[in-house]
Write a protein that binds this ligand. Structure first.
Ligand code: ZN
Length: 589
């Protein structure tokens, strides 16, 4: 294992070998890893038959906009994928553009309305513990006290993943998932999973009761060495120069575009700080900084590679699935936004780390197919958006918060405002206190709608009944109405009594602080649109710019490996990855 370090451009010998042996594969610019010698030559002709290993990659918060902005600079793994089947307008089509719902769509082929994963967290007023917030990847029955000490579980995922479907047909298949987040690994892996590992605290952990593995112990030990020593920052690539500019947060007069709401927003403003010029220097022992840096992705990819060896993935009698969810892009986006030097460095390091992963698979002679996408997109922080053509970007005011709304509405309806409205954040699902009678509950919902009707920060408020009555959307996801987007992530037993969708450019972080200045989660396309890239050795690349969905990935991969599933299994459809007259979906041209 090794961690990101200065990029080497000096391996001319291995570059030459790659250039000679891989021209048809379309990635002759791939930069070889420093730490491994090129020992085997990957196939340059299209392999026959189905691939032996599916490598499904989710890059957390990797918006279509980031891919579009940086693809010209990629030389590693993302450059290789950009030579495959490229769907630049992929969609996490639903409104709840968060990590857990997004990951739940990728290998199930189903929208959150069917996966049941409606958000990262939701309120379940029936749980026995004091705090009613439920995390999407926890076992509620085992987490009685503080939800922060939850027991990780995939129980909330209601449908099987591709890896599980393959195992059901070919029991020899292995289903393995690795991530920087538990929900990333669990929602892609599913219930029947051979190995599942995610970053927890200072290293990788698994489900309760699972035995450790020597490769995981070794990886964690190596991480421990880096943490103990600390590490210098990353060099800024020349093409990142324009991004390297300090943006003040919580500074000046607090005028973050709030207009008449500015007075509300500047209250209790936290200490000023800047973002935009970071290099990810790692102080000794700072595991949090390790996590919010390219080092997390490098460690995740290292562990994935080591699990390939330990389990001989791609060498068995049935196709295996390796899910890799890379979380650093998301942590970097939340901490420093999408348009600073930090994200620029992260994009370069992500590309290089993915290049090393693919090169490692090449060297092992594995016939693998890659699908890469994201769980959602993201938006930059309002303070920088103001300088870059979006003066209407703003932070959400207090008026959309559940307790503030309850204090306005409760007295009007003669109801105790305390806990009248419950929400985990200032957008998305809101619940009415469960002891409120049904007739009164409807009045509360109507009162919220009336209260927010004139709020320019709010695009729409829908009651659960309105959303439930809408048919499940179909057709091009870029044309869906807001109600249709909300329908795609609505699951009645878990969803709120109402759903609040914020206006375009409204960032639901009321009080930014170091580590959290920007986010995603909206129903707008900057949060919904993600790249969807497929690659296999020897394939002829093409680009299809029309909108497709992440729920199309599972049916596409199922067809590629010849997995038969009943009709109407998926919300998505198979995408033909053959650039010519052939059809990987099995339809005769
Ligand atoms: Zn995410």
């Amino acid at each position: 294992m090794s961690f990101p370090r200065k990029v080497s451009f000096s391996r001319k010998a291995t570059l030459a070998i790659l250039a000679i042996t891989l021209p048809l594969a379309g990635y002759s610019h791939a930069r070889p890893a420093k730490r491994v010698a090129v020992r085997a030559v990957p196939a340059v002709v299209a392999p026959k038959g189905p691939p032996r290993l599916i490598v499904a990659i989710a890059v957390d918060q990797f918006s279509a906009d980031l891919f579009a902005q940086y693809r010209v600079h990629f030389t590693g793994g993302l450059a290789r994928l950009a030579q495959g089947a490229v769907f630049p307008a992929g969609f996490q089509s639903h409104a709840a553009s968060e990590t857990c719902p997004g990951h739940s769509t990728i290998l199930t082929g189903m929208r959150p309305a069917h996966t049941g994963v409606i958000a990262n967290t939701w309120i379940d007023q029936s749980v026995a513990r004091g705090k009613k917030t439920v995390y999407c990847a926890e076992d509620v029955t085992k987490t009685a006290a503080d939800p922060k000490d939850y027991v990780a579980s995939v129980d909330h995922l209601l449908v099987p993943t591709l890896g599980e479907r393959i195992k059901a047909v070919w029991p020899a298949s292995r289903n393995v998932a690795v991530s920087g987040k538990d929900r990333g690994a669990l929602m892609m892996g599913g219930h029947a999973i051979d190995q599942v590992w995610w970053w927890k605290g200072k290293g990788f952990a698994s489900l309760e009761g699972r035995a450790s593995l020597p490769v995981v112990e070794a990886e964690n030990k190596a991480i421990g060495v880096v943490l103990a020593q600390g590490a210098p920052g990353f060099a800024l690539p020349a093409w990142c120069g324009g991004k390297d500019r300090a943006i003040a947060v919580n500074g000046g007069d607090g005028s973050v575009g709030m207009g008449s709401l500015a007075a509300t927003v500047v209250q209790k403003r936290a200490a000023a700080f800047t973002v935009g010029t970071g290099r990810f220097a790692l102080a000794k022992g700072d595991a949090g900084a390790f996590r919010s840096s390219p080092r997390l992705d490098r460690a995740t990819i290292d562990l994935a590679t080591e699990l390939v060896d330990a389990m001989k993935l791609g060498k068995g009698t049935a196709p295996d699935v390796l899910s890799v969810s890379l979380s650093a892009t998301d942590y970097v986006g939340h901490a420093t936004g999408t348009e600073g030097a930090e994200m620029c460095i992260q994009m370069q390091q992500l590309d290089l780390a993915l290049g090393d992963l693919f090169q490692a698979l090449d060297q092992r002679g594995i016939d693998y197919a890659v699908a890469l996408t994201a769980d959602h997109g993201g938006l930059d922080l309002p303070e920088r958006l103001h300088e870059q053509g979006l003066p209407q970007a703003q932070r959400a005011g207090a008026e959309v918060q559940a307790d503030v709304l309850a204090n306005v509405i409760g007295p009007k309806l003669g109801l105790d405002p305390k806990g009248l409205l419950l929400a985990d954040g200032s957008f998305g699902d809101y619940w009415v206190r469960r002891d409120v009678p049904a007739e009164q509950k409807a009045k509360v919902v109507d009162a919220v709608k009336a209260e927010l009707a004139g709020n320019p920060q709010v695009a729409a408020v829908y009651s659960a009944a309105e959303i439930a009555a809408a048919p499940m959307p179909s057709g091009s996801p870029e044309t869906w109405t807001l109600l249709q987007r909300a329908r795609a992530s609505f699951y009645a037993p878990r969803s709120g009594d109402l759903v609040v969708l914020l206006a375009r450019g409204v960032v639901p972080i009321h009080s930014p602080a170091p580590g959290i200045v920007a986010t995603h989660g909206s129903a707008w396309d900057y949060d919904r649109r993600v790249p969807i890239l497929f690659w296999r050795a020897g394939m002829t690349g093409f680009e299809q710019p029309n909108g497709v969905e992440t729920v199309d990935i599972a049916p596409t991969l199922a067809a590629l490996i010849g997995l038969k599933v009943p009709a109407d299994t998926f919300d998505g459809r198979c995408l033909d990855l053959d650039a010519g007259a052939g059809d990987t979906c099995g339809v005769t041209p």
